[in-house]
Design a protein around this ligand. Structure first.
Ligand code: MF3
Ligand code: CO
Ligand code: CO
Length: 249
């Protein structure tokens, strides 16, 4: 899991500098695909439940599962989430970040930075003996305190030999929040944070989820493992994320 997480993190870092005006989301797909394959991995999204590409690219009001396309060219001011999942030696690593096609509006920076903070808040409460619901409570409180909303249709997930397995990891308070966290559990935390309503709908392509009000959405994701005294971020990055962390705020 550490090796898979590390390759996912490196792939995301590699894609950061390529996010700029004029690049298509298909360009990003090709680069991510090549990087993963050349490092001995498999891009998990490709052919997963019929998903046609190797990475998800979610621009502006797209909440998640955006499909890379030659027709979609990045413009100044866009925000784009790149969601990388690799399989390495049979194990999965899943991580995403939202990048700025700068310069970005204050609203765009707000939702992106709140989403980044929400992931940090969620990670901060993970410890053995805690509950899965501690994560959603921490995230929901922060998001709503910053006048943002938390998407409910999509949640974090257990991960390991499978891409998506139990438990579900809601980013908001919900029923079934009582599951006890135990050392060795591996799951993702991946809050999708909106400027307007939390409600999302799926386009006719069957994948692309967009906010129903057309307002911006941002997301960050890490794969984590519960340890004896807290958690380990398996997709931690050894260096700053170009076009996301370096232009923050
Ligand atoms: N990477 C997404 C997640 O965080 C799932 C993408 S499924 C795909 O769970 F089929 F769209 F790739
Ligand atoms: Co995930
Ligand atoms: Co993901």
């Amino acid at each position: 899991m550490r090796n898979a997480g590390h390759l996912a993190a490196e792939t995301l870092m590699y894609s950061g500098p390529l996010v700029r005006e004029g690049v298509t989301t298909e360009d990003l797909n090709e680069v991510v695909h090549e990087y993963i394959v050349s490092h001995g991995g498999v891009p998990a999204p490709l052919d997963y439940m019929g998903f046609p590409k190797s990475v998800c690219t979610s621009v502006n009001d797209v909440v998640c599962h955006g499909i890379p396309s030659k027709k979609q060219r990045l413009k100044r001011g866009d925000i784009i989430n790149v969601d990388v999942t690799v399989i390495l030696d049979g194990w999965h690593g899943d991580t995403s970040a939202t990048f700025y096609v700068g310069p970005s509006s204050q609203k765009a920076r707000h939702v992106v930075e709140v989403a980044r903070q929400c992931l940090e808040r969620g990670i901060a409460v993970v410890r053995p003996g805690g509950r899965i619901g501690d994560i959603g409570a921490a995230i929901q409180d922060h998001a709503e305190g910053q006048d943002c909303s938390v998407v409910r249709q999509y949640v974090g997930h257990g991960i390991g030999r499978s891409f998506h397995e139990g438990p579900q990891v809601p980013h908001f308070r919900s029923s079934g929040d009582n599951l006890r966290l135990r050392e060795g559990m591996t799951f993702t935390i991946e809050p999708m944070i909106n400027l307007g309503t939390w409600r999302a709908r799926v386009l006719d392509d069957g994948w692309t989820a967009v906010t129903v009000d057309g307002k911006l959405s941002a997301q960050f994701e890490h794969t984590i493992a519960v340890t004896a005294d807290g958690c380990e971020v398996l997709t931690a990055r050894p260096a700053v994320l170009v076009n996301s962390e370096d232009t923050a705020g």
